[in-house]
Design a protein around this ligand. Structure first.
Ligand code: LFR
Length: 499
């Protein structure tokens, strides 16, 4: 057959899914084999993720995908992607014992097959990162860091988290979230390149080379041991086979391959960029707004505008900035749910929001830091509006409309910046991810930016994950443009024209 079946494990901040896809030169079909909730876990020492729970859901989802694929020829591979920057720390039992007894550290390579997860990994929205920022900037200021790693300032970039990490002294290895799941699946440790680029510890000059490298000098400056990190491997590499111990559950051993394991990297692979001047907005919890470039832009202007040069698949550069996405809306709904004890109907609220007259719409700065932590967003919006002396939205539809318009205003400003900083023009904007279903947001983004907005696919991340798996399996070949051709041929997008 000229098609193969693959399973994408795609973990987002508010939900995870296992997507089963059939891919071939003329085929791009997919369906959800499993979906499960994810979110912030509030513990006495801060905000965390339940990664072991996610692993369990992923395993059960993979088992379902294996069962569904069996009569159709079986799964050719699986791959994991997730949000960026967060990590688990690991150590072998003998390493921990020697630390506890004050003995000499064991030899390198000790028990690499059976390392223990230390503690409960933190959520990037945890506020401990504040002290990490101060500590890092006291050693290397932001301008120096930007020159080396090309990353926008986000208080939760991995290097800041590590400066505030209570378990660092005990750790032997650090694995980013998708790599940690990959380790639990296969027993093998690698750091996938696109996600590694979000740590702040990769040398930006190597990002577009196809062979990204850690910045070991920066690690040394920051007091981080190179031994804490594994080798960096590019998408398309094979991580390994699922562990024998998982076969009773999975039914067979499966090859686990590396794709763009940073969800945004996979989302951009899965974006049907239709012209050389196309821009993108990958809109889920965050709105990642920018351009795909061949070379990084590490200028004073790009640093001041807080644009990042993250690594894409095939050495592409994701030149983008993080804008507030649907987080503001979902936290607002959560607040109302808590207050009223009743579930909130988002489609009905969006419909009512569309009828709100312009004079009742407040456009506020969605990038304000107070929106990062979970909590009562309507109250924070009212507070911000009062400070800026703009009338605050009052009714639920007014609040929803103001949030949508304010996010769209943030998107429009970021698009203008992207074009200016990269010295390019933009002729079309592709909106992908969950936000592309929000017609009010798509239209507002077209209106406020002046560019046509082409919406979809919703599942760009899972598609990007599946396409790179299929290319690795030899079912597809060619450049990202060739892969995107397949999406363009099989996808039927909605276009929003600026009014
Ligand atoms: C989107 C995303 C962004 C990253 C943020 C935190 O899901 O991966 O690209 O900045 O989450 O990891």
């Amino acid at each position: 057959a000229d098609t193969t079946l693959h399973a994408a494990v795609d973990l987002g901040a508010s939900s995870g899914r296992v997507v089963l896809g059939r891919i071939g030169p003329d085929t791009l079909e997919f369906r959800e084999a499993a979906r499960f909730p994810n979110g912030v876990i509030n513990l006495p020492d801060g905000l965390h993720w339940n990664l072991v729970g996610l692993y369990e859901h992923a395993l059960n989802g993979l088992a379902a995908a294996v069962r569904q694929a069996k009569p159709e020829g079986g799964l050719a591979s699986v791959a994991v992607d997730s949000w960026a920057v967060d990590y688990g720390l690991l150590a072998s039992p003998s390493h921990l014992a020697s630390k506890a007894h004050g003995a000499a550290a064991p030899k390198q390579g000790d028990d690499a097959g059976s390392m223990t997860l230390l503690g409960t990994p933190f959520h990037y929205r945890d506020s401990r990162t504040g002290s990490g920022v101060e500590a890092v900037h006291a050693t290397a200021d932001f301008a120096e860091l930007y020159r080396r790693n090309g990353l926008q300032f986000l208080p939760f970039n991995t290097l800041y988290q590590l400066a505030a990490e209570p378990l660092l002294a005990q750790a032997q290895k650090l694995l980013l979230v998708p790599d940690l799941l990959g380790y639990w699946l296969t027993g093998q440790m690698l750091t996938e390149a696109t996600n590694a680029s979000t740590t702040g510890l990769l040398d930006v000059r190597t990002t577009s080379s196809g062979a990204p490298e850690w910045d070991t000098d920066l690690m040394e400056t920051l007091g981080l041991s190179r031994a804490l990190f594994t080798e960096v491997a590019a998408p398309g590499a094979t991580l390994g086979w699922t562990r024998e111990e998982l076969t009773p559950l999975l039914g067979q051993r499966l090859p686990v391959t590396l794709v763009g394991s940073h969800d945004t990297a996979s989302a951009i692979v899965g974006t049907p960029l239709s012209t050389p001047d196309a821009a993108y907005i990958s809109c889920g919890t965050w709105g990642l707004v920018g351009l795909e470039l061949d070379e990084p832009v590490v200028t004073d202007a790009s640093r001041e505008a807080n644009f990042t040069n993250e690594g894409g698949v095939d050495g592409r550069i994701r030149f983008l900035t993080n804008v507030m996405g649907t987080w503001l809306l979902s936290e607002t709904l959560r607040t109302w749910e808590r207050q009223s004890g009743k579930p909130q109907d988002l489609p009905a609220l969006l419909e009512a929001a569309a009828e709100v007259p312009n004079y009742a719409v407040a456009v506020f700065d969605v990038q304000d830091e107070r929106f990062v932590a979970p909590g009562d967003m309507p109250a924070r919006i009212a507070e911000l509006c009062a400070e800026q002396e703009i009338p605050a939205p009052e009714t639920k539809p007014e609040i929803v409309r103001s949030i949508v318009e304010s996010i769209a205003a943030g998107f429009a400003a970021a698009l203008t910046d992207a074009a200016r900083l990269a010295g390019r023009s933009i002729d079309v904007v592709h909106m992908v991810g969950g936000g592309s279903l929000n017609t009010l947001l798509c239209q507002a983004t077209a209106d406020r930016s002046g560019y046509p907005v082409v919406a979809g696919p919703v599942e760009a991340t899972a598609i990007g994950n599946l396409l790179i798996q299929a290319r690795t399996a030899g079912t597809l070949n060619g450049s990202l443009e060739d892969l995107r051709e397949l999406i363009i041929r099989t996808n039927n997008p909605e276009t929003y024209r600026p009014r």
